[in-house]
Design a protein around this ligand. Structure first.
Ligand SMILES: NC(=O)c1ccc[n+]([C@@H]2O[C@H](COP(=O)([O-])OP(=O)(O)OC[C@H]3O[C@@H](n4cnc5c(N)ncnc54)[C@H](OP(=O)(O)O)[C@@H]3O)[C@@H](O)[C@H]2O)c1
Length: 349
């Protein structure tokens, strides 16, 4: 049985740990905590062993922690790093490389420059098998992951007929459970966003993709406004909607007024963490104009990368066939069921 450690127990780490704990093919060795706060008790109450850095053992004396991160990693086969952006690189250098341990990193890290954690960004729709021979792989961020689910089916169907993709990303300010970050009454822009380069890492450097990024005052998901320009008249919107009908992790919804409608529905039917784990195409604000399809979709920022980490873990640990890995992930995440419920609730009236 392979042993997996989840290093970091924040928005992403706590979700990953909880889902993969039900995976009978692996054992979750424990989770890493760095601050002695209420999340330590939360993790223990969910049945996780909590490990902490050796240098901080004293500050956790009021909690029943199981030992040090440095020690537990010696008996693991893979670590899923869920540290704050940039800290994963430090962990790679100080912990994972010296211990010759495989690691998955999250989208706040880099894949170019001095502090890159890997040369590969994973997207299960695009490059599943590429993860087989890599010891270190970065899971794309939420926006980067969602884009692969849109771009790859378009590329497969329309190929050279696609002239360019111009995308404006409206990013959420903070996550739902991140009560420490106040949501500022402002719209901020991002200079030199990482998203173009990250998406091109797995879609190909020649992808004609141009991205602008704005942060807006909400905790409820991201929205992408993507103009897809064709060489000649664009296909009909119904042809585009049909293209995504059977795509895993893509729901097509009608009558949604805003992102909170989706979260509220997810909460009402008790999806774990109020996550849908997918992107949602908003069909009634997707239209064709001459040679352009104006596509609007929302992206579940915290949920979308969690099943992706599980698929990636199976590629790196077991080199499973892609279809088998997806089937196993579906057993834990029930995304087909979630998609069906969402599509029934937000159906064309
Ligand atoms: N939030 C999202 O929507 C989202 C979506 C996709 C990807 N990501 C990426 O996922 C990563 C984690 O983001 P997050 O939102 O989960 O952050 P977060 O909620 O701030 O959680 C970060 C966690 O890392 C822990 N930590 C602190 N120092 C650490 C270290 N040296 N090594 C390992 N863990 C450490 C923190 O522990 P303590 O609390 O104990 O201090 C905390 O539990 C980032 O790369 C981010 O870009 C985030």
């Amino acid at each position: 049985m392979k042993r997996v450690f989840v290093n970091g127990y924040g928005s992403i780490g706590s979700r990953i740990a909880q889902f993969i704990a039900d995976d009978k093919e692996i054992e979750v060795a424990g989770v890493g905590k760095y601050s002695p706060d209420e999340k330590v008790a939360d993790a223990i109450s969910r049945g996780f062993k909590v490990y902490v850095p050796k240098s901080k053992m004293d500050s956790f004396k009021n909690y029943k922690v199981s030992g040090t991160i440095e020690e537990v990693l010696d008996s693991c086969d893979l670590v899923i790093d869920a540290a704050p952006g940039g800290v994963g690189y430090e962990n790679k250098k100080t912990l994972y490389e010296p211990k010759n341990l495989k690691a998955i990193f999250q989208g706040g890290e880099k894949v170019t420059g001095d502090k890159s954690v890997s040369t590969l960004i994973f997207n299960s729709r695009v490059n599943y098998e590429k993860a087989f021979e890599n010891k270190y792989v970065m899971q794309g961020s939420c926006n980067v992951t969602g884009m692969g689910r849109i771009l790859q089916p378009l590329k497969e169907k329309y190929g050279k007929k696609l002239k360019r993709f111009d995308a404006t990303l409206l990013r959420r300010w903070a996550d739902l459970e991140d009560t420490k970050t106040p949501v500022k009454d402002s719209i901020e822009w991002t200079k030199k966003p990482h998203h173009d380069e990250d998406v091109k890492n797995y879609m190909g450097a020649d992808t004609p993709l141009f991205i602008r990024v704005f942060k807006v005052p909400t905790r409820q998901m991201h929205v992408h406004l993507m103009d897809i320009r064709f060489d000649g008249p664009a296909p009909s919107t119904s042809e585009i909607i049909d293209l995504f009908k059977n795509e895993y992790g893509v729901a097509t919804l009608y009558g949604v007024k805003g992102t909170k409608d989706i979260r509220d529905f997810a909460e009402s039917i008790k999806f774990n963490f109020k996550d849908t784990n997918m992107i949602h195409i908003h069909a009634d604000v997707t239209e064709r104009q001459d040679d352009v399809i104006k596509l609007t979709y929302s992206d579940d920022q915290t949920g979308i990368v969690v099943p992706e980490n599980h698929i990636l873990m199976q590629a790196m640990l077991f080199k499973k066939k892609r279809a088998e890995a997806f089937k196993h992930t579906e057993e834990l995440f029930h995304m087909e069921e979630k998609k069906k419920l969402l599509q029934e609730h937000f159906s064309m009236k």
